[in-house]
Design a protein around this ligand. Structure first.
Ligand SMILES: Nc1ncnc2c1ncn2[C@@H]1O[C@H](COP(=O)(O)OP(=O)(O)OP(=O)(O)O)[C@@H](O)[C@H]1O
Length: 290
């Protein structure tokens, strides 16, 4: 292994599962390779500063993350300036990034990959100066995530349970103005997605042409709620009706709306917004992949 000090960052509450097995699997593999093991358990407060401190103090040269998309996003923001490679052990209730990177279900294989030397240099989509690794949106899905965050029922079933009341309470469709280097247009939509990759954590393939390291992102304009078309995304079918979704590529964009609309990044509810600035900075994030 071409590194000596590995920091495993574990979110103890992600996915509501015990992380002991993950910790011992990583520790055992590193012991065999005579690489030093360091552990940081997130608390939900000041994690970014604590992680940066640990990286500097211990001369960390590889970071592994056991958590969901929220934890990976937090660590990606924290290690931006460090030129570090990162490995992922999916352990959240939503693992959108892992789904997109096609990480296998076996823990042993996940750890092998996370400590391996095959990488992707992921584009870092920046929305109002916050990194998005795979998918963010304005509109009805962010409303659903907000309602789900207060729910005691986790996982896909939790999302499902909240979809009906969210649909009833929502004031969709929303009116957006979209400006990119090529477009300036008004659109009515139930959901405006900003995609660095193909899929949501549910596996729904909403952006079939999304490539995570191509230097562009996609704006997904979902115009109507159409159950048949939504089922297609879940079945990996990609011949969408134009009245359901229109997809435009961009390198930068500015979205405005008169009334504040719910906004989420990588599955974390941010708040209601009237303006989103989207940029693709030149920095990339190096992630170990199969
Ligand atoms: N020790 C902790 N106690 C409570 N919350 C924590 C702790 N550590 C991290 N968090 C919170 O966990 C969230 C990230 O969770 P993540 O998305 O990785 O997992 P998840 O199981 O998919 O989460 P969720 O189902 O809530 O989306 C962040 O909001 C972070 O502040």
């Amino acid at each position: 292994m071409n590194f000596k000090e590995v920091l495993l960052i574990v979110n103890p509450v992600a996915g509501h599962t015990d992380k002991k097995k993950i910790i011992s699997e990583v520790r055992d593999q590193l012991e065999l390779e005579k690489v030093n093991f360091h552990l940081y358990s997130t608390s939900g407060e000041n994690d970014s500063e604590e992680i940066q401190k640990k990286i500097k103090e211990e001369n960390i040269d590889r970071v592994l993350i056991a958590g969901g998309d929220g934890t990976i996003n937090l660590v990606a923001n924290a290690i931006k300036g460090f030129d570090l490679e990162m490995g992922i052990i999916p352990a959240g209730s939503a693992n959108g990034l892992a789904v997109n990177l096609e990480l296998p279900p076996s823990l042993k294989k996940q750890v092998d990959i996370a400590l391996g030397n095959n990488f992707i240099d992921l584009d870092l989509l920046c929305l109002n100066n916050t990194i998005c690794l795979h998918m963010s949106d304005l509109g009805i899905n962010a409303e659903l995530i907000k309602n789900y965050e207060h729910s005691s029922i986790r996982g896909k079933f939790g999302y499902l349970i909240h979809s009906i009341p969210t649909l009833i309470q929502s004031e969709f469709p929303f009116n957006f103005h979209i400006e990119t280097e090529e477009h300036s247009r008004d659109e009515q939509a139930v959901l405006l997605g900003f995609a660095n990759m193909k899929k949501y954590g549910t596996g729904a393939n909403v952006n079939p042409k999304g490539i995570p390291d191509d230097g562009v992102f996609e704006i997904l304009i979902f115009k109507k709620l159409n159950l048949g078309e939504i089922l297609k995304t879940l079945k990996n079918e990609t011949d969408f009706d134009k009245d359901f979704v229109e997809i435009i590529s961009a390198k930068e964009a500015r979205i405005t709306c008169k009334k504040p609309v719910a906004f989420q990044i990588d599955g974390e509810y941010i708040g209601k917004k009237t303006e989103i600035e989207i940029k693709l900075p030149p920095e990339k994030l190096r992630i170990a992949i199969p």
